[in-house]
Ligand binder design. Structure first.
Ligand code: NAP
Length: 288
């Protein structure tokens, strides 16, 4: 009989995410061990507790999930966790702070269901947030030419540089989107448009994001009214609106949940996986 599946939740917030805990249980985890206020400097002892308790042959039945509201903090925790592992003394680990990886994967998979991303032109509005940057990365990794749009050109450049450092073959252009006119120019002629703006912030009115040349598919990840791309409903899921296939945040949410659960299940297949944006996206490809 194999040992019970234990998921250790590392959360940077003062209360571990209940959402992540419920999804873990619904994904088949037998025991959830939630930890709050996790910081890179206090990770080592927690990881020792994970890797020194079971035989190496049973370490695939223990895994770590890194969550919380601060994605940069989650990334630092992941780096500290990986640094603590050595040789076979490791467990699989998944990063999905603020739902950024699963949400970005679901958004890009939604677009890929309608447009061949290899060679496609894509624009990501508000590309500097944790979700937007991952959407840029995943679109670029899928072969699209990506315009990363921000109200601040320097921040758009920084996102492109960070993605290019991970993906040297990425075709990226930083674009200023400080005004509606600038943003309109940035989205001209794209096949795929993804809006990753903050909750409750309208980024473009409908008449400006639709143009003669496209887009073919538009995804808006903001569920809180007003939505980012006016004309899209939060519940849209492949809804055709005047020739554009539209997805809203709730429409993408179902796929996001499936990806999250599939990634949790994958953690327990071996003890050496690190599930970050691209690995979670690959898992998403196999989810239907
Ligand atoms: P975020 O960090 O709050 O904001 C993303 C970007 O929005 C910022 O980097 C900024 O980009 C822009 N922005 C912020 N305030 C703005 C303002 N007042 N006016 C115009 N632009 C503004 O968002 P996030 O955490 O990456 O999440 C992105 C979206 O996905 C959010 O709407 C979030 O609610 C949603 N989300 C959905 C799910 C889901 O399951 N469906 C899960 C997680 C997140 P610039 O400064 O570069 O312009």
């Amino acid at each position: 009989m194999s040992s019970r599946a234990i998921l250790i939740q590392f959360d940077c917030d003062s209360q571990p995410s209940v959402f992540d805990g419920v999804v873990a249980i619904d994904s088949g985890v037998d025991h959830l061990l939630p930890h709050a206020n996790v910081r890179p400097e206090n990770v080592r002892e927690l990881v020792y507790g994970a890797i020194f308790t079971r035989a190496v042959s049973e370490l695939h039945r223990t895994a770590i999930f890194i969550g919380g509201s601060d994605v940069a903090a989650g990334e630092a925790i992941l780096a500290a966790v990986r640094k603590t592992f050595f040789g076979p003394m490791r467990v699989s680990v998944m990063l999905d702070a603020n739902g950024a990886n699963t949400t970005a994967a679901a958004a890009v998979l939604a677009a890929a269901a309608h447009v061949d991303l290899r060679g496609a032109k894509a624009a990501v509005l508000a590309a500097t947030g944790p979700v937007g940057r991952r959407v840029v990365q995943l679109l670029a990794a899928s072969g699209a030419e990506v315009r990363a749009v921000s109200r601040n050109q320097a921040r758009a450049v920084a996102v492109c540089e960070a993605v290019a450092a991970k993906l040297p073959s990425a075709r990226l252009s930083p674009c200023a989107g400080g005004s509606i006119e600038e943003t309109e120019r940035a989205v001209e002629g794209v096949d795929v448009l993804v809006a990753a703006g903050a909750a409750g912030v309208e980024l473009l009115p409908e008449k400006t994001w639709r143009n003669a040349a496209g887009p073919q598919v538009a995804v808006d990840l903001n569920a809180v009214p007003p939505v980012g791309l006016t004309g899209i409903e939060a519940t849209d899921r492949a809804a055709e609106r005047r020739g554009v296939v539209c997805y809203g945040a709730i429409g993408v949410g179902g796929m996001k949940m499936k990806i999250h659960k599939a990634a949790i299940r994958r953690l327990f297949e071996s003890n050496d996986q690190v599930l970050d944006a691209e690995e979670i996206f690959e898992i998403g490809r196999s989810v239907r």
